[in-house]
Design a protein around this ligand. Structure first.
Ligand code: ZN
Ligand code: ZN
Length: 350
C-alpha cells in the first residue's frame, strides 16, 4: 500500500509500505477518513519531520495521519468479539501506552507513566494510508449516526476542543473567548455554542472569522486589526472580561491576551502546541485568582463521550471539512492547509 510521509521542510512523499497484518491483540483498520489536524503542520514544517518534535523515537519513514476512522478489516489472535469485529465502524485513540498503569487504565494512554510508546501518525504508522494496524484496545466505536469524516475529526481536533471545554467546566451561562479559529478553535466555537455558552471568536483571518460566525460565534474580533483585544472583550462583557478563554492559536501574543481577557476568578485553557508565552504573574494571574490550565487531547473514554454528545445533539461536524482529498493529492492538500486560511481537510484513502 501507499502511505503519506512527512520527511520535513514542507515536503510530502507517497511511499510504498507492506500491507499490515495484525499480531496478538491487534486489528487492522481499513481507513475511510483520515483527518488533517493543525499539529500535522508541525510535523510537515519541521526540519527532520516528526522525529524533530520530541514525541519519542522514530525509526524509518512513518505514515502520517493521527485522526483515524474506518472499519475493522482484520482481527489478530486474542481479540474478543466485544473489542472488535470485522466490519465494525470505529475511530482510533491515537496513542499506545503500557496498557496497565493508572493513566492507561483510565484511557489516558498518552500520559503513560512509562512514556507514551507510540503516537500514531507521528512515531507509529498513522492513517494516511489504506490500512492501519493498532491494538484493539485503542479502538473507540463510531456511533451509527456519525460519518467517517466526523469520526476522524473527533479523533483529534474536535475531541481536543471538547476535552478543553470539559477541563474549563464550561456552563451555558458563560461567555468564552476562543483564540484561533482553525480546526480546533472552530470546533470549540461550535461545541461551546451548542452547550449554550456565548462565544467570542478571535482570529487574524477574516475568512476564518466568517466561518466562526456560521458555527455559532456571537461576536467576532479580528485580533490583527483590533488595537486592544483585551479591551474589546471587556467591552462585550460589561467591563468584566470573559468567564473563560481558550487558546488554540499557539501564538505567544494570543496566549497572553487569553489570560488578560478573563474576569477575576476566570479560567484559561491552552491547547495550541509549541512556542511560549510571557506573563506578568502577579498582575495577570495571582491578583485576579486566575486559573491557567493546559489540556492535551482527551482520553479514549472522553473520545466516546464526545462522539455520543455530537450524535445526540445532531451537531454537523462534517461542515468543518472544506476539502476532501484522495491519498495521491496529499502534497496539494498540505500545501493548501499550510496557508491556514482554509477549513479542515480530510484524506479518504479507500
Ligand atoms: Zn501506561
Ligand atoms: Zn491533532
Amino acid at each position: 500500500m501507499k502511505g503519506v510521509v512527512f520527511p520535513g521542510d514542507r515536503k510530502v512523499e507517497l511511499l510504498d509500505f507492506p500491507d499490515p497484518t495484525p499480531g496478538p491483540g491487534e486489528v487492522v483498520l481499513e481507513i475511510k477518513a483520515s483527518g488533517m489536524c493543525g499539529s500535522d503542520l508541525k510535523f510537515y514544517r519541521a526540519s527532520g519531520g516528526a522525529a524533530a518534535l520530541g514525541l519519542g523515537k522514530v525509526s524509518g519513514p512513518i505514515i502520517a495521519g493521527h485522526e483515524p476512522c474506518g472499519v475493522v478489516a482484520a482481527v489478530g489472535p486474542g481479540v474478543s468479539e466485544k473489542q472488535a469485529r470485522i466490519g465494525m465502524r470505529v475511530m482510533q485513540h491515537h496513542y499506545r501506552g503500557c496498557g496497565v498503569c493508572e493513566h492507561c487504565a483510565t484511557g489516558w494512554m498518552q500520559l503513560c507513566v512509562e512514556g507514551v510508546a507510540e503516537v500514531y501518525g507521528a512515531t507509529g504508522h498513522g492513517a494516511h494510508a489504506r490500512y492501519m494496524k493498532c491494538p484493539a484496545r485503542t479502538l473507540v466505536p463510531l456511533p451509527e449516526e456519525l460519518s467517517f469524516e466526523t469520526g476522524a475529526a473527533i479523533a483529534c481536533g474536535t475531541g481536543t476542543a471538547w476535552g478543553a471545554l470539559h477541563r474549563l467546566g464550561l456552563q451555558a451561562d458563560h461567555t468564552i473567548a476562543i483564540f484561533g479559529q482553525g480546526p480546533v478553535g472552530l470546533s470549540a466555537t461550535q461545541l461551546a455554542a451548542k452547550m449554550g455558552a456565548r462565544v467570542i471568536a478571535l482570529d487574524i483571518s477574516e475568512e476564518r472569522l466568517a466561518r466562526a460566525k456560521e458555527f455559532g460565534a456571537a461576536h467576532l474580533i479580528n485580533s490583527k486589526s483590533t488595537d486592544n483585544v483585551v479591551q474589546a472583550i471587556k467591552d462585550l462583557t460589561h467591563g468584566r472580561g470573559a468567564h473563560l478563554s481558550l487558546d488554540a492559536s499557539a501564538s505567544p501574543l494570543a496566549r497572553a491576551q487569553a489570560v488578560r481577557c478573563v474576569r477575576t476568578w476566570g479560567k484559561v485553557c491552552y491547547v495550541g502546541e509549541g512556542d511560549s508565552v510571557t506573563l506578568d504573574v502577579s498582575n495577570d494571574l495571582l491578583r485576579r485568582q486566575v486559573t491557567l490550565i493546559g489540556s492535551w487531547t482527551f482520553s479514549s473514554v472522553g473520545q466516546a463521550e464526545c462522539a455520543r454528545f455530537i450524535a445526540d445533539r445532531g451537531i454537523d461536524v462534517d461542515r468543518l471539512f472544506t476539502h476532501r482529498w484522495k491519498l495521491g493529492q496529499a502534497e496539494e492538500a498540505y500545501r493548501l492547509f499550510d496557508l491556514q486560511t482554509a477549513g479542515k481537510g480530510v484524506i479518504q484513502p479507500s
